[in-house]
Design a protein around this ligand. Structure first.
Ligand SMILES: Nc1nc2c(c(=O)[nH]1)N[C@H]1C(S)=C(S)[C@@H](COP(=O)(O)O)O[C@H]1N2
Ligand SMILES: [Mo]
Length: 335
């Protein structure tokens, strides 16, 4: 994100995202089901269907969720193939194709999330308990990366507010900090020092309580692929993607604005608020437009270069819901 890598600009990752064999996505169970029912015809049909049209991998556990139609963007969904092969997860490398290639080493069980700091009921949640805390919803959100590309993704999770209500913030709690896993043994990118680890992000308490802020466990009907932040991440759709911390291990309630990895790396480029704002340019590029990944015939890196530009919306299109959180604030100063 600091400097688009020359490789990314050349589009070298086209190969990586487009030639993944379809068979890799075919789970044994799915294969057996196909073989048992419509047999060879259906199986052949399935193989002939491009992976991005299949909607999900079929190889990850399913995650049941009821669609919450109040939070469904009707724009075309970004193909699963792009959502899961064009990623930013610097713990696994800085190229867009690195997380999909390297995140297989991430161990998502056992996994705990410590909820701590200024709360009445601090607690270390086991991931399987956390998953059952509230009912799962499917919500289709826009995701806008500060680099100038965007996606439309059907996430599965429940409002972060559900967790916050249960642990009861103390009156002094003003901010929530998200700290993610940093394990050299599982994450080859940690030794690079490109960011300060562990990855840290934060929200003001009222932002964290907003019904749009989603504690996220899955996408496209299945649990999160490792490269998308398994087993649990945050999704804050009105802010640039880097606010949506992946593979969270700590949620800490604090009285002061917490340090955030991108702000530490480049304070003049990445502020604490990071609301999607077409009127505030990044110091090195405009934020007025974006390219929607998957809107051309290619995948991943190819789309990023050749997808048509569309206008970026204030708050990523969620202004009606969230603008009131920032009343009276100068969003050019608080970028
Ligand atoms: N732990 C961690 N979380 C992270 C990042 C990261 O490098 N490490 N990258 C962020 C950025 S810049 C973006 S755009 C989104 C990308 O999420 P996606 O790959 O699921 O689309 O994850 C965010 N969360
Ligand atoms: Mo990003």
């Amino acid at each position: 994100m600091l400097i688009p890598s020359p490789k990314w600009l050349r589009g070298d990752d086209i190969a990586a995202s487009d030639i993944t064999p379809h068979a890799v996505y075919l789970s044994r169970r799915r294969w057996m089901a196909l073989a048992g029912t419509a047999a060879a015809g259906a199986a052949a049909q399935w193989f002939a269907t491009p992976a991005h049209a299949q909607g999900a991998s079929g190889k990850l556990p399913k995650l049941a969720a009821a669609a919450n139609n109040a939070y469904v963007v009707t724009e075309k969904r970004t193909p699963y193939q792009d959502v899961t092969t064009y990623n930013n997860f610097y713990e696994f490398g800085t190229d867009k194709s690195d997380p999909a290639q390297n995140a297989g080493t991430l161990q998502t069980r056992p996994w705990q999330v410590a909820v701590e700091g200024l709360v009445k009921h601090p607690k270390v949640y086991d991931i399987d308990e956390l998953t059952k805390l509230a009912s799962m919803e499917e919500r289709v959100y826009r995701m806008r990366c500060v680099e100038g590309w965007s996606m439309v993704i059907p996430w599965i999770g429940f409002p972060l507010a559900e967790l916050i209500k249960r642990v009861e913030p103390q009156p002094g709690a003003k901010f929530v900090q998200f700290i993610t896993l940093a394990d050299k043994k599982q994450m080859p990118g940690i030794s690079s020092g490109v960011l300060q680890w562990p990855y840290s992000e934060g929200l003001r308490l009222d932002e964290a309580m907003h019904p749009l802020a989603l504690l996220t466990f899955g996408l496209y009907g299945e649990v999160l692929p490792n490269q998308n932040g398994a087993p649990v991440r945050i999704v804050v759709p009105w802010k640039y993607g880097f606010k949506s911390a992946k593979s969270i291990v700590k949620i800490r309630f604090v009285d002061k604005q917490p340090p955030t990895s991108w702000n530490i790396a480049a304070p003049n480029e990445y502020g604490f608020y990071s609301n999607v704002n077409p009127d505030v340019d990044h110091p090195r590029w405009s934020q007025a437009t974006e390219r929607r990944i998957g809107e051309d015939k290619g995948g991943g890196g190819f789309s990023a270069l050749f997808a048509p530009k569309r206008k970026t919306l204030p708050f990523n299109g969620y202004g009606a819901q969230v603008a009131s959180l920032y009343q009276g604030m100068d969003l050019k100063k608080n970028f």
